[in-house]
Design a protein around this ligand. Structure first.
Ligand SMILES: Nc1ncnc2c1ncn2[C@@H]1O[C@H](COP(=O)(O)OP(=O)(O)O)[C@@H](O)[C@H]1O
Ligand SMILES: [Mg+2]
Length: 274
């Protein structure tokens, strides 16, 4: 089947589809995914694997479809063609009830933390537990307080979201994303709108929490410094496909002109202003 595909442009020569050097099935797999919005062909035959138990980063310029990828993983968008597989199950083929069950696997941290403005911090973090579990308020209190302490917000229980800084809102969103002990945690540009020091601290926090809990972490960013700090596995997305994907050290040593330009932030190379 691979032989029927048209030859690909040079810049995608590293892209060979879903390869499994470790033979272990990956937590998340995109297989030949196409997605258009009207005439805007965003994902153009995307093959991408995100390994189990590692911090993976999806890097790419703004508007390349990184958020669109996350929405496919959680079943908020469906591919026009191809498949998205999470822990061996095709997300687009799941009946609604099973999709609802599967979503409990995910902790998602959206760009602004996506807190409910009318609830204090404690209630925001408790919300998924009250919604999805039968736990008592005592059990909930233990989990919520320990998660808030873990992200350095142990003293901020009563604060309303509008009383928090951007960095605190993100950490609160992170605490909330963790309360159901998700197998997969998705971060959509956790570093956006943060100054470099707070970004570095958030990256450290992501690493610490991952070391403690394990699982497949997927961090989407266009920030190379964040990638250097936390990524164990990197996929570079451009024009709707993966240019190159693999262990972080391999990507930082890549010979691919686009990957080199993008990861070094140089102004000369295949990536232009268009
Ligand atoms: N629901 C939608 N309807 C129409 N166009 C969309 C939708 N979601 C994303 N797009 C378009 O898809 C492209 C990729 O968007 P996005 O995934 O948000 O980029 P980014 O890589 O910056 O996260 C953009 O051109 C955006 O306008
Ligand atoms: Mg985005």
């Amino acid at each position: 089947m691979a032989d029927d595909r048209p030859p690909q442009e040079d810049e995608f020569s590293f892209h060979t589809g879903t390869v499994r050097p470790s033979e272990a099935p990956d937590a998340i797999e995109f297989i030949d995914v196409h997605k258009s919005f009207g005439r805007n062909h965003v994902l153009r035959g995307l093959n991408m694997s995100l390994p189990e138990d590692k911090i993976s980063m999806i890097l790419g310029p703004s508007g390349t479809g990184k958020s669109v990828c996350i929405k496919h993983i959680v079943g908020l968008l469906y591919p026009d063609e191809g498949d998205v597989i999470v822990h061996g199950r095709s997300v687009p083929s799941l009946p609604d009830a099973e999709l609802f069950e599967m979503r409990k696997k995910f902790g998602v941290l959206f760009q602004d933390g996506a807190l409910f403005g009318s609830m204090n911090l404690y209630d925001n973090v408790a919300f998924p537990l009250r919604q999805h579990t039968e736990k008592s308020e005592e059990e909930i209190a233990e989990i919520v307080n320990s998660r808030l302490r873990e992200v350095g917000l142990g003293e901020a229980n009563e604060k309303m979201p509008n009383e928090l800084s951007g960095g605190m809102r993100k950490r609160a969103g992170f605490a909330r994303a963790l309360v159901l002990e998700p197998d997969i945690v998705l971060f959509d540009e956790p570093d956006s709108g943060l100054d470099p020091v707070r970004t570095a601290l958030l990256c450290e926090l992501i690493k610490e929490v991952h070391a403690e809990n394990g699982g497949c972490y997927v961090v989407i960013t266009h920030d190379i410094m964040s990638a250097r700090r936390v990524a164990e596995h990197i996929s570079v997305l451009w024009k709707g496909r993966i240019v190159e994907s693999g262990p972080a050290q391999d990507l930082f040593a890549s010979e691919n002109p686009f990957v080199r330009q993008f990861l070094s932030g140089e102004s000369t190379g295949p990536l232009g202003m268009e």
